[in-house]
Design a protein around this ligand. Structure first.
Ligand code: URA
Length: 200
């Protein structure tokens, strides 16, 4: 049977077991593992990337390849540990050759992401790069325009777009205005907001 997110409230673990069996789009044919997501199920900060790459497909875990190392560095620069956050992707199976997920693939997978967001109920969602930002904010605007700003999204959740860590890997410069420099500024804003939210 196809795995649909039904109206019953599932736990993250139950949802993950459903998604593991998913055949709703063609990506199941070429995947090694479903990459559901992982981390703190009560995280104040949730990170959403595009889709698993090769290393993630092999391991069944999000952001464990080179982009993941860069992501860990960005978080660590403001003292955020990976264990504190919840990390997932728009699509849970690797698009072959690391192409962008197709609209149909993202549409089929979206209810899983919605369910994850509802269960975790984070304060802030970091949308990593163009694909997740476009999907979540339902916009065609690019990441360069949208990054570094909080956007209120459904109730109390705020979305904060930043450059995708893979993009940072392509640009070595740390000079003022470079993608790395801007991301460093952006992640500090996120840290400040989290600290402020924590205060009574
Ligand atoms: N890129 C993504 O968007 N997600 C991953 O999990 C790995 C690389």
């Amino acid at each position: 049977m196809d795995c649909l997110v039904n109206s019953t409230k599932l736990s993250l673990t139950q949802l993950a077991s459903q998604v593991k069996e998913c055949t709703l789009c063609q990506l199941y044919k070429t995947r090694t593992n479903v990459v559901f997501g992982e981390g703190n199920s009560e995280a104040a900060l949730m990170l959403i990337g595009e889709g698993p790459g090769e290393v993630e497909d092999q391991n069944g875990r999000p952001f464990v390849g080179p982009a993941g190392q860069k992501l860990d560095e960005v978080l660590a620069s403001v003292g955020i540990m990976r264990e504190e956050v919840y990390i997932t992707n728009v699509v849970k199976c690797r698009p072959p050759g690391n192409r962008e997920p197709l609209s149909e693939e993202m549409e089929r997978c979206y209810p899983y992401l919605e369910a994850q967001i509802a269960l975790i109920n984070p304060q802030i969602i970091l949308s990593l790069g163009n694909v997740s930002t476009r999907v979540l904010l339902d916009t065609n605007a690019g990441i360069t325009m949208l990054r570094g700003q909080f956007k209120r999204w459904r109730g109390d959740i705020e979305i904060f777009p930043i450059f995708h860590p893979s993009y940072l890997l392509r640009y070595q410069s740390r000079e003022k205005g470079s993608p790395k420099y801007l991301t460093w500024i952006d992640i500090q804003k996120v840290k400040e907001r989290l600290d402020r939210n924590r205060k009574p």
